[in-house]
Design a protein around this ligand. Structure first.
Ligand code: GLU
Length: 598
């Protein structure tokens, strides 16, 4: 792979992207952490064809199986497993192992994930929660200084303090034990080969390393890997990670236990304790980690069931609330270019975010009114606020039906996006939707044996109280930080019709809701939905994706009373539609991934 190869396809993608970024935007994005890495690694003709389709704004078609992920190497590893008769769970293991290598800024064994699974044989949907947990000795003031003031975000992120007990290795194994068909050790083959033989540093990875160089320099192992000889890795550099290959071989041989106990676990704990801001993770935390199987959270929308991840993620509930608030409005008639449609979507989203801030957290630790938040009569009452013609002046949390007396304060957590979404449909009709993360770009920046450890604990509230009330998402031992990840499977008539999700911090919720509306209300296909310029409103300000057609809505929305903020918005939507005519895959042009199918 040459630099020219990456650049050529990147340019083609930008030119063909409907409402694509201007040249100035392209230059600005090249160095931004959310850089539009619309590149391609044309390793096989199959990948080249998929990249071409993406660049031309076309979805990829298949009949039997499909995998849509953020990196071509990872897509190829998944495709190899699916072609060999593996299930979506088998393919996910191969994909995740490769993503941890080629997209180390986003996800990996040192992180956590949520997975939705549609089981074709059982005709049922379930979820696995592989979210990180707070160490058993953590206290609610984990991210406060001696005076009780919250630490600055990056002060808290970089080092050992932010590291939660990783869940991804246990999640991979739990999914494989339940739904896998192919032998476990073989699923790591492609990742081991790539880690040993090397892979080209992608433009997106190079851009992020360059931008983050100061933080990557803090810990010696991290610095040696990302800043060899003191200089940031450059696009096209050949990168090898033999330590990671050894970890994969070990886990392949011995299972995820080899991560959670023994020498590797000891190394992880030592790295966390020896890090810049020493953390609290212990061997006991690692040994005690458990994946939790939970019922999905489903919300009706336009004759579909939109199913997602419940607490500790706010993703499924918040997406469900947004759609529920909009159900009574004819968005189809208004269309995607109507400021009125976006006023409704924006204010529905603000109402949902107000409830999210107050009520949503790890329901194993605090009572969450999950049912009340999605109750149709509650949402219908809340939706009355949308009746006017201008931006809502004030938005406050509602009072959902709740069997607890709850007086929670609003909890704000800042989350900087660096995550990845995996969508897979296998030849048996199973569907998998998994969002996987190490939280911030490069997580805690602490590296152990070629793996970065997460900073997921900074998804907790840094404050324990607000306005004299306790915050639901405060730190507690063993608790899982609230997430925004929204892996989604849309069902119709008991069968899956759409698999999707995205990275993007708390903007994930807006990206996923928009992609659903684009398809269910506006008739867009998966690739159009992935490429469409974003408009996201969480707390009042309307974020509008710079350099896209969405910018045409900036003035009309400002007239309706919003503060509009044009900005880069690097989602990473990966979607698969299951249609009567077969499978259709879409990959976000803002990232480097593809959809591959057969
Ligand atoms: N840590 C975030 C969450 O779980 C995800 C971050 C991202 O999307 O980059 O909500």
């Amino acid at each position: 792979m040459t630099r020219g190869g990456w650049m050529g396809v990147a340019l083609a993608a930008l030119l063909a992207w409907p409402g694509g970024p201007s040249a100035a935007q392209q230059a600005a994005d090249a160095v931004s952490p959310e850089a539009a890495g619309a590149g391609a690694l044309a390793l096989t003709p199959e990948v080249a064809a998929a990249q071409e389709a993406k660049a031309a704004g076309r979805s990829v078609k298949a009949r039997e199986w499909m995998v849509a992920v953020a990196n071509p190497h990872a897509a190829m590893a998944g495709a190899r497993v699916l072609r060999a008769g593996g299930t979506a769970a088998d393919a996910m293991v191969a994909v995740q192992a490769v993503l941890g290598l080629v997209e180390p800024q986003s996800s990996g064994l040192g992180g956590g994930a949520f997975l939705l699974w549609y089981d074709a044989q059982a005709g049922a949907l379930t979820t696995l929660d592989g979210r990180e947990t707070a160490p058993m000795v953590a206290t609610p003031t984990l991210f406060q200084d001696e005076d009780g003031a919250p630490l600055g975000f990056f002060e808290a992120v970089v080092g050992g303090l932010s590291v939660g007990t990783p869940g991804t290795p246990a999640l991979m194994q739990a999914a494989h034990e339940r739904w896998g068909r192919l032998p476990w050790p073989g699923l790591f083959k492609d990742a081991i080969t790539l880690a040993e033989d090397g892979f080209d540093v992608s433009p997106r990875l190079a851009g992020l390393v360059d931008r983050d160089a100061a933080r990557l320099a803090v810990h010696p192992e991290t610095a040696r890997y990302f800043l060899p000889g003191g200089a940031p890795l450059a696009e096209g550099d050949m990168l090898r990670n033999p330590a990671y290959a050894d970890v994969l071989r070990l886990i392949g041989r011995q299972g995820a236990e080899a991560f959670y106990t023994g020498a590797l676990a000891e190394d992880i704990v030592a790295a966390v304790h020896g890090a810049a801001r020493p953390g609290l993770l212990s061997l006991r935390d690692l040994e005690g980690y458990a994946v939790k199987e939970r019922a999905p959270v489903c919300a009706p929308y336009r004759g579909h069931d939109v199913c997602g991840m419940g607490p500790p993620s706010s993703g499924g509930l918040t997406v469900g609330q947004i759609l529920g608030l909009l159900e009574g409005y004819d968005l189809t008639a208004l269309g995607p270019r109507s400021a009125r449609a976006w006023r409704l979507i924006g204010d529905a989203s603000r109402l949902a975010f107000a409830d999210r801030g107050r009520y949503m957290a790890d329901s194993d630790f605090v009572p969450v009114p999950a049912k009340g938040l999605l109750a149709p009569d509650y949402l219908a009452r809340r939706a009355e606020a949308l009746e006017g013609d201008a931006a809502l002046r004030d938005v406050a949390p509602g009072m959902p039906e709740f069997d607890h007396a709850g007086l929670w304060g609003p909890g704000g957590t800042l989350s900087q996006p660096a995550t990845s979404h995996i969508s897979i449909v296998d030849g048996y009709g199973n569907a998998l939707s998994m969002t996987t993360t190490i939280e911030n770009a490069f997580g805690s920046r602490v590296m152990v044996r070629g793996m970065l450890l997460n900073n997921e604990l900074t998804d907790f509230s840094f404050r324990t109280h607000r306005d004299g009330r306790p915050v639901a998402n405060a730190v507690a031992p063993g608790k899982r930080p609230r997430s925004s990840m929204a892996p989604t499977i849309v069902m119709r008539g008991g069968a899956p019709v759409l698999v999707l999700g995205s990275p993007g911090g708390s903007r994930i919720i807006g990206y996923v809701a928009q992609a659903l509306i684009a398809q269910l209300d506006w008739g867009m296909d998966v690739q159009q939905a992935a490429a469409m310029g974003h408009l996201v409103n969480r707390f009042g300000t309307f974020d509008i994706e710079r350099g896209t057609r969405a910018e045409a809505l900036a003035a009309p929305l400002a007239d309706l009373g919003y503060e509009v903020e044009p900005r880069a918005m690097t989602s990473g939507l990966h979607l698969i539609a299951l249609t009567p005519d077969g499978l259709r895959g879409g990959a976000d042009p803002r990232r480097e991934g593809v959809a591959l199918g057969q």
